[in-house]
Write a protein that binds this ligand. Structure first.
Ligand code: ZN
Length: 337
C-alpha cells in the first residue's frame, strides 16, 4: 500500500484533471471565483481577483501579511472562535459534541488523536459504527509531536491545539458538496468577516488513517485557516475502495483562527494571553518588538515539515530581517521558551 504522502500525491494528479467532479466548482463560480494556477508552485487555486498570479501559501505569496493588519472584520478571542462557530453550524443543522480523549485507544491506526476526524476513524468512517450524529461539529484537542521543532520558531505551531471539526457521515444520496463548501464559506464571510477578495481556495488532496480524497484549503494573507476534506476512498490490500458512506472532514485550528482574526504577533499571544503575560513577568524576558515585526511575517518559511533546505531558508529569512542568521536565532529563540 502507498504511504499517506504517496497516496496524496497520486490522487492530487487525478483530481486536478477533473475539478468539476472533485470540487465545489458550481458554488465557486456562482460566488465569482475563477480557477488559476500558481506561477510559483503550479498549484491550482480559486480567487475572485483577476490579477492574482500566486496561490495563498505563505512561501508563494510573500509571508504572513495579517500581523497588525488583519482583514478579518470580527476580532475573536480564543473561546469566542468555538462559540461563534458552533452556534452558526447549529443553525446549519449540525450537532455540537464534546471532544474525545487524546489517547486514541479506539483507533488502531494511531497512538494519539492528531485531528478531529481521528475521533471517528476507522470504524465510523468505514460505516461499521454509527456516529454520534450524522452532521456534527467538535472542538477536538489534538497532540502533534511532529510539530515540536516548529514550536517557538514559526510563531504558528503548538504541540497541542484544538482542531475544530465540521463532519458529516451520510449516505451517498444525502451528500451535497456545494452545500458543505458553502457552509464553510459562510463562516469565512460572516464568522470572521472576510470579503471574498481576501480568501483564496486551494485545490489539494488529503490522505490519512487509511482514507483519502480531494480537499479545499482556505487561505487569507499567507495563512492557512483550514482545510475541508471530502473523504471518498479507503486504501485496502486489494486496492482502493469507495467508502460506503460520504464523509466530510473540515478541520480548522481554534488558536490559529483567533490569531488571524486578532492580527497579533504570535499564535501564543492570541491563545494564551494571560500565560504569556505571566511568563514575561516571571522570567524578566522581553521580546524585541521591532525585530519580531520584521521576523514573524517570514517565520512560516521555516516550517521544518515543508522546507527542503533549512539552512537556505534561515539565510533567506535573515536577509529579509536584515541581520545575520546567528544573531536572528538569539533574537527570536525567546519565543521558544
Ligand atoms: Zn503557490
Amino acid at each position: 500500500m502507498l504511504s499517506d504522502k504517496e497516496q496524496k500525491k497520486e490522487f492530487k494528479k487525478i483530481a486536478s484533471k477533473n475539478p468539476e467532479k472533485y470540487y465545489a466548482v458550481g458554488y465557486l463560480k456562482k460566488e465569482g471565483f475563477s480557477r488559476k494556477q500558481c506561477s510559483k508552485c503550479e498549484k491550482y487555486f480559486w480567487s475572485v481577483n483577476n490579477n492574482q498570479k500566486v496561490c495563498g501559501d505563505s512561501v508563494c505569496s510573500g509571508g504572513f501579511r495579517f500581523i497588525g493588519n488583519t482583514p478579518a472584520k470580527n476580532k475573536l478571542s480564543y473561546l469566542d472562535v468555538w462559540k461563534e462557530f458552533s452556534s452558526m453550524f447549529k443553525k446549519f443543522g449540525y450537532t455540537p459534541i464534546k471532544r474525545y480523549p487524546v489517547v486514541a485507544r479506539w483507533n488502531p491506526t494511531m497512538e494519539y488523536t492528531i485531528a478531529s476526524i481521528a475521533a471517528f476513524q476507522p470504524f465510523v468512517v468505514s460505516g461499521e459504527v454509527k456516529p454520534p450524529a450524522k452532521k456534527l461539529v467538535i472542538p477536538q484537542f489534538c497532540l502533534r509531536f511532529i510539530d515540536i521543532d516548529n514550536v517557538g520558531i514559526t510563531g504558528a505551531h503548538n504541540t497541542g491545539f484544538v482542531m475544530i471539526g465540521q463532519h458529516q457521515f451520510v449516505e451517498r444520496k444525502e451528500w451535497d458538496q456545494n452545500k458543505v463548501f458553502g457552509e464553510i464559506h459562510q463562516w469565512l464571510r460572516k464568522g470572521l468577516g472576510l470579503p471574498n477578495e481576501e480568501i483564496i481556495f486551494h485545490e489539494d488532496a488529503w490522505a490519512g488513517g487509511g482514507n483519502f480524497g480531494p480537499c479545499m484549503e482556505f487561505f487569507s494573507r499567507g495563512v492557512e485557516i483550514g482545510n475541508q476534506v471530502y473523504m471518498m476512498y479507503e486504501q485496502t490490500p486489494d486496492g482502493n475502495k469507495e467508502l460506503n458512506i460520504k464523509v466530510l472532514d473540515m478541520g480548522m485550528g481554534q488558536e490559529r483562527c483567533a490569531w488571524f482574526s486578532q492580527g497579533c504577533a504570535t499564535i501564543y499571544d492570541a491563545a494564551f494571553p494571560k500565560v504569556m503575560e505571566s511568563l514575561y513577568k516571571k522570567t524578566g524576558l522581553k521580546t524585541d518588538e521591532k525585530l519580531m515585526a520584521k521576523y514573524i511575517p517570514y517565520a512560516g518559511y521555516l516550517n521544518v515539515d515543508e522546507v527542503e533546505d533549512l539552512e537556505k531558508a534561515w539565510k533567506f529569512v535573515a536577509s529579509k530581517v536584515g541581520m545575520d542568521v546567528s544573531l536572528m536565532l538569539v533574537g527570536v529563540i525567546i519565543l521558544g521558551f
